[in-house]
Ligand binder design. Structure first.
Ligand code: DON
Length: 550
């Protein structure tokens, strides 16, 4: 009898079903929060909600949500972690020096604006794979809210109208851009309809990936390429595949962290940062959050992580990325020992350490069964290449800029690379996207991720440290000032929002240069003792919800 009772107690404690039957979402806008809640309430799981969200953001968050880009989805379902890589690939006719002029210099903006900046999109193939493997609800049902928002329109939030104004100035006067033709009506409070996009979404709803990679949509993409001088061919579209991968996984404190493997640098880098901070426990002990000393120590470990990133990381289909060596505790101990707690290590001397040989969006979901999705996807910078596929109504990405156009030359995010991340046909460009899940035993404790290019890594890292080490509330963990250093530019620390003048002054005295810069809006879901909570970063226009069943 005793045994019977204790096994019932064990069963209740270990049950994946939340005691309260709850779900929670942290979304980058109000429309997606509404749709994700609806899907979960209708019996959809976290993956269903993630798919419906991806398509709805392609309509209401056009600066980053997409069908013309790609991304990563980390799924934890039925106690098993799976990573879906739907990153864009370089077209078949792409080549290493395609962004260099006759003198071998990088041609300004070629990998960033217009038709030549786009990789072959992966989002639709990714959502289809996720649906095939995990979904409860029908594909058509999950696309329906996006189709409605595109055809009936939505009221433009101020945040989106402001972003459009900012980007219009960047695209103004650039050749081959049809951005204004499609987005000039993005004005605060206006009803914004996208009939061509609605038709494309209907084709996808009807025919699955064939509605995008084949038939009319494919034809419209190829025609656009011909008209504007782009590279993506019928064959590129036909042969695009999303790939299932093993996530990066590591112990951290009493948690297991799972995150993005190559072709993202993100998961590996987040693990390196968390572990190095832990190895430097003594140096961090008693050091207050965001104090000059704290920011200096973070910059010291970040220097080393970004040096490794530049040297070793790229598409694992093209080179062997030494992930297990990079997260090995002995290796990280050696790296952590190089940190100088009193002075800035000279950037030039911070070499990769192994003995060898603005726009993305993220959302986090936990469903009523305890399954989780952490999804980051992107068309790279805000509104991608600025080129809309005419007749199909969606923006193409400018993800090709994530390759290293020339060894040592920084990309739009100021990060450098070399051979590991040079351009090759079919190759996936190196990413920093870090959709991450923290497990406590077999239960999901945290789901987190962020946009922000190379700053994604340090945003995810600091959010976890704020939440776990500093025991901040979820909302405070995402909202509080964050800092970022990435080896280059030398001795520059970015911050957002502001830091006290006292702090910046002290850091300047040490030799740092402080600059306020964009850092991404983190979306966080956390399981706490009394149930789930969720936080959308005040930096964006996100909304979080905890959904209760009674
Ligand atoms: O994959 C990457 O790392 C970048 N293309 C992400 C771009 C991004 O986060 C822009 N965000 N604001």
């Amino acid at each position: 009898m005793k045994l019977f009772i204790s096994s019932i107690i064990f069963f209740i404690l270990a049950s994946p079903i939340n005691a309260k039957q709850q779900a929670a979402v942290a979304m980058p806008d109000r429309f997606s929060a509404e749709i994700a809640e609806q899907v979960l309430k209708e019996g959809g799981n976290a993956v269903d909600a993630a798919i419906a969200t991806a398509f709805s953001l392609a309509v209401t968050l056009p600066e980053a949500g997409n069908i013309g880009g790609g991304g990563f989805m980390l799924i934890y379902k039925d106690k098993k972690a799976q990573f879906l890589d739907y990153r864009e690939v370089a077209p078949l006719t792409a080549h290493r020096d395609m962004y260099l002029d006759k003198n071998g210099e990088v041609i300004e903006n070629l990998s960033l604006i217009g038709v030549k900046s786009s990789g072959v999109p992966g989002t639709v193939a990714g959502m289809w794979q996720a649906h095939k493997k995990y979904a409860n609800l029908s594909w058509k049902k999950l696309l329906a809210p996006a189709i409605e928002l595109a055809s009936q329109g939505f009221i433009v939030p101020k945040h989106l109208a402001d972003e459009k104004e900012r980007v219009s100035k960047i695209f103004a006067g650039k050749k081959g851009i049809n951005f204004e033709k499609y987005f000039s009506q993005l004005k605060t409070g206006a009803l914004f309809k996208q009939p061509e996009l609605a038709e494309t979404l209907r084709r996808i709803a009807e025919h699955g990936p064939d509605g995008f990679y084949r038939g009319k949509t494919a034809q419209l993409i190829v025609e656009q390429m011909k008209k504007s001088g782009g590279l993506i061919s019928k064959q590129d579209l036909d042969e695009y595949r999303a790939v299932w991968r093993e996530p990066v996984s590591s112990d951290w404190k009493h948690y297991q962290i799972i995150s993005s493997p190559p072709p993202s640098s993100g998961g590996t880098a987040v693990v390196q940062l968390l572990k190095m901070k832990q190895l430097l426990e003594k140096q961090f002990s008693g050091v207050p959050h965001n104090s000059p000393q704290y920011i200096h120590l973070l910059a010291e470990i970040e220097k080393r992580v970004y040096a490794d990133r530049a040297k070793y990381m790229g598409d694992p289909g093209f080179l062997e990325v030494p992930v297990s060596k990079m997260v090995d505790s002995d290796y990280l101990k050696r790296r952590a020992d190089e940190v100088n707690p009193d002075r800035i290590s000279i950037s030039e001397k911070v070499k990769p350490g192994l003995k060898e040989s603005t726009q993305t969006t993220h959302y986090s979901i936990i469903d009523q069964w305890g399954n989780a999705v952490s999804n980051t996807y992107t068309i790279n910078l805000s509104f991608g290449s600025g080129l809309v596929v005419e007749g199909a109504g969606f923006l193409l990405n400018n993800e090709m800029d994530d390759f290293s156009a020339k060894p040592g030359v920084p990309n739009a995010f100021g990060v450098v690379g070399g051979k590991a991340n040079e351009i090759a046909p079919r190759k996936r460009m190196l990413s920093s996207m870090s959709p991450t899940i923290l497990l406590e035993g077999e239960r999901v404790k945290v789901v987190v991720g962020s946009p922000g290019g190379s700053t994604i890594i340090t945003s995810v890292f600091q959010t976890l440290v704020n939440l776990i080490d500093f025991k901040m509330s979820p909302q405070n963990s995402v909202d509080v000032s964050r800092v970022h250093h990435q080896l280059l530019p030398e001795n520059v620390i970015y911050f957002n929002p502001e830091l006290p003048t006292k702090t910046t002054q002290k850091l300047q005295d040490m030799g740092y240069q402080l600059e306020e810069n964009y850092l991404g809006d983190v979306q966080l879901v956390v399981r706490q003792k009394n149930g789930l909570s969720a936080a959308a970063d005040a930096r964006g226009r996100g909304e979080s919800r905890v959904i209760n069943w009674d």
